[in-house]
Design a binder for this molecule. Structure first.
Ligand code: PMT
Length: 219
């Protein structure tokens, strides 16, 4: 449908964790459930957008009418996201909790137990959000920031460093909010100023947030 504040627009959203392999049976990941990103994808669809959801491994059903692309690693998430943005993209929202590092080498065989300590060498992963924000054909670009302290300062710093139009900061130090829960509370920073949403259910929060984003990008 072309009705709604995002009618006729293409919205690309990343969601969930990434998984970085250590060997054929082990990986590094985090507690992201994908709930926040999936709720935003659903809300964007209801606002009239064509939605591409680039999803790490999660236990959620794809919202109706949303095109989901499944990925595992940060590098796969970057290529799938770049391809989706290549189709022409009006709004990019990065809710995924992307692993900042991956093991320098993936062992071909299962790593064997020894008596000594083990150390792991890690290399940085590409930054998907900064890569999309650096494009000349960049969409309106919204990042998320999960922080445990000095939330506002770190969020504003991320917005400036990654050249974002908007950043949504969650304080993940509060129990029951943020990672893996059904509730979230956020503070949004942009050129338009500052706004707070929640604490509320991630679905309700996603609808309000999407409404705020579409007003800001159309302003
Ligand atoms: O999935 P849920 O259980 O519902 O939880 C939601 C959430 C807490 C994961 C979500 O609301 C959230 O805060 N997501 C961002 C978490 C995060 O890892 O933030 P960060 O501060 O590491 O990254 C900042 C931003 O850069 C994020 O938009 C992230 O998607 C992006 N990023 C980070 C690293 C990287 N290599 N590529 C990226 O695109």
């Amino acid at each position: 449908p072309v009705d709604g504040p995002l009618g006729g627009r293409h919205v690309v959203i990343t969601a969930g964790p990434t998984r970085e392999a250590l060997d054929p049976v082990r990986y590094l990941t985090n507690h992201s459930s994908g709930k926040m990103g999936y709720a935003l994808a659903d809300a964007a669809r209801q606002a009239g957008a064509r939605v591409t959801l680039i999803s790490g491994p999660v236990q959620l059903a794809c919202p109706a009418g949303v095109a989901r692309i499944d990925v595992t690693t940060a590098e796969e998430m970057l290529s799938a996201t770049s391809r989706a943005v290549d189709e022409g993209c009006d709004l990019f929202v990065a809710t995924a909790a992307v692993a900042d590092y991956r093991p320098a080498e993936v062992a071909g065989d299962k790593i064997k137990k020894t008596d000594g300590t083990v150390s792991l060498s890690m290399v940085p992963n590409p930054d998907i959000l900064a890569t999309i924000a650096a494009r000349t054909d960049r969409p309106f670009t919204v990042g998320f920031a999960a922080e445990t302290r000095d939330v506002a300062a770190y969020a504003r710093d991320k917005m400036a460093r990654k050249k974002l139009d908007m950043i949504v900061a969650n304080d993940v130090s509060q129990s029951g909010l943020g990672f893996n829960s059904d509730q979230n509370a956020v503070t949004v920073f942009s050129g338009e100023g500052e706004a707070r949403f929640g604490p509320s259910d991630k679905r309700a929060l996603a609808v309000d947030l999407l409404d705020y984003i579409s007003h800001t990008m159309n302003a």
